[in-house]
Each structure stands twice: as structure tokens, then as C-alpha cells.
Design a protein around this ligand. Structure first.
Ligand code: SAH
Length: 236
């Protein structure tokens, strides 16, 4: 089960054990994930129900419902400003172990280096390996790097931007008590930090500025700490 990719479906797509896949889902499964006829994937309805599913033409044939035990009770999307060098490899590995759902590498004002397409494949491979070793039910999605300004459009009622300086509430106090099927988005900045403009734009887009504690963490440490706090707050 560990290396299966997953897609979100609308509950209405499932009827009598068959999932009517949309054109976009078919494209994603066969072109992006390169699944072939008969390959398996996980279909999720976004309401806590998961099914082991087999690709059958334009349909998904449900094989069995899945009982998910190794996933966080909340879906966490991390927007991570790309650090210099190969630092992101370790971030992907650790965050996968900790239960991240989606990782969005972001290009911020202070990190303009556009990574090569090979990097994305490498991160996806690292995520798949880490998901397997952590016995997770699915592999997190690593999206294509995007400009921070575009990633601000992602919607969720729980969006946080981690800011190293300033008197902001602790992330822990915000996520404590969040329950099943909540989606959380957390942004962490690059070595040089976010610019004031980026923080202001994020706040204007519905993000809340939060602290991860009193010490300044490195860009590669901050997402790992943020995710650890979420699991501590939501899983115990
Ligand atoms: N050079 C910057 C710090 C950058 S730390 C400065 O001196 O201000 C890299 C990123 O990690 C930050 O942009 C922030 O998103 C996150 N971060 C590090 N420590 C943090 C803390 N104590 N609270 C919240 N976010 C933190």
C-alpha cells in the first residue's frame, strides 16, 4: 500500500464500486503519474473515506475500502521557500516521515534560483522512499516549484506563515484541537527570511503570522518543527 499515489474525488463520482474519472483525473493518473491499465491508486473523498482502486479505462474500479492508521488526522500542505544547495532533499525526507500531505517548493523574493526538472523527480523519489520506510498509507505530493505570490491563492480556513521575528502567537496555540479532515497550510521562509512585503501579502490573503518559538531556526529546520507541532497538537 505504501507507494500508492492518491487522488481526490467528489463523493458523487463513486457509484456501485465504480469511480467515473474526470478528464483531468485521467490525465493526472496516466500522464503525470504514468499509471497503466490495472495499476492501483488510492481514491479519497476528502471526508475521511479512502478506497484502494484500480485503473480501468475511464473508470476507477474500487477494490476495497482502506483503513488509514499511519496518517495525520489533518492534511498539511507545506509551502517551503527553497533553501540553497541540496537542503531540500532532507526537508522532503523528514516532512514525509512526519506525515505531510503536500509540499509546495516556493520561489520567494530572497530565493530566486529555479531548480531543474530533475530536482522535482528526485524529491518525488525521496518522498516515495520515505513514505515507504515510515509505513505511510500514501506518498505526499511534491508540486512543481511556484512563485510564493501564486501559492498564496491556495484556499483553506487555516493558513499560517511562520515569521522568525516579531511577537506572533505560537503555531501550537493555533492548531491545538483541530480535528479530522481539516486542511492546514503552513509557509516557511528562506535563509534570509521573508520580505515584509511577502508577509503583508500573505496576511492579506488570509494567512496568520505565527511563531515557532523563541529561537531563530534554519530554513531547513523550520518546516520540520512546524509539522512536529501539528502532529503533537492533533495526534496525541
Ligand atoms: N535570516 C532570518 C531568519 C530566517 S529563518 C532572520 O534573521 O530573521 C528561515 C525561516 O524559518 C523564516 O523565514 C521563518 O519562516 C522560519 N522560522 C525560523 N525560526 C522561526 C521562529 N522562531 N518562528 C517562526 N518562524 C521561524
Amino acid at each position: 500500500m505504501s507507494q500508492l499515489q492518491r487522488i481526490a474525488i467528489a463523493p458523487s463520482q463513486l457509484q456501485q464500486g465504480q469511480i467515473a474519472l474526470t478528464k483531468e483525473q485521467q490525465h493526472y493518473l496516466t500522464r503525470v503519474l504514468r499509471l497503466r491499465e490495472g495499476d492501483r491508486f488510492i481514491a479519497m473523498d476528502g471526508k475521511g473515506k479512502w478506497w484502494l482502486t484500480q485503473l480501468a479505462g475511464e473508470q476507477g474500479q474500487v477494490l476495497e475500502p482502506l483503513i488509514v492508521e499511519t496518517e495525520l488526522p489533518v492534511a498539511v500542505t507545506l509551502l517551503i521557500a527553497l533553501p540553497k544547495g541540496n537542503g531540500f532533499d532532507e526537508v522532503v525526507r523528514c516532512c514525509t516521515e512526519l506525515g505531510v500531505t503536500n509540499i509546495v517548493p516556493v520561489l520567494s523574493d530572497r530565493t530566486l534560483l529555479q531548480p531543474s526538472p530533475q530536482k522535482l523527480e528526485r524529491w518525488q523519489r525521496i518522498a516515495a522512499e520515505a513514505a515507504e520506510q515510515s509505513e505511510r498509507a500514501f506518498v505526499p505530493t511534491i508540486l512543481e516549484p511556484v512563485a510564493f505570490s501564486s501559492s498564496l491563492k491556495l484556499t483553506s480556513s487555516h493558513k499560517y506563515i511562520c515569521e522568525a521575528r516579531g511577537n506572533f502567537p505560537h503555531l501550537m496555540s493555533k492548531v491545538e484541537g483541530l480535528t479530522n479532515d481539516k486542511e492546514i497550510i503552513i509557509a516557511t521562509g528562506p535563509e534570509g527570511g521573508w520580505t515584509q512585503q511577502e508577509v503583508d501579502n500573505a496576511i492579506a490573503s488570509g494567512f496568520q503570522a505565527v511563531s515557532l518559538g523563541r529561537r531563530i531556526l534554519r530554513a531547513v529546520t523550520a518546516p520540520v518543527v512546524a509539522l512536529s507541532l501539528v502532529s503533537a497538537a492533533c495526534e496525541v
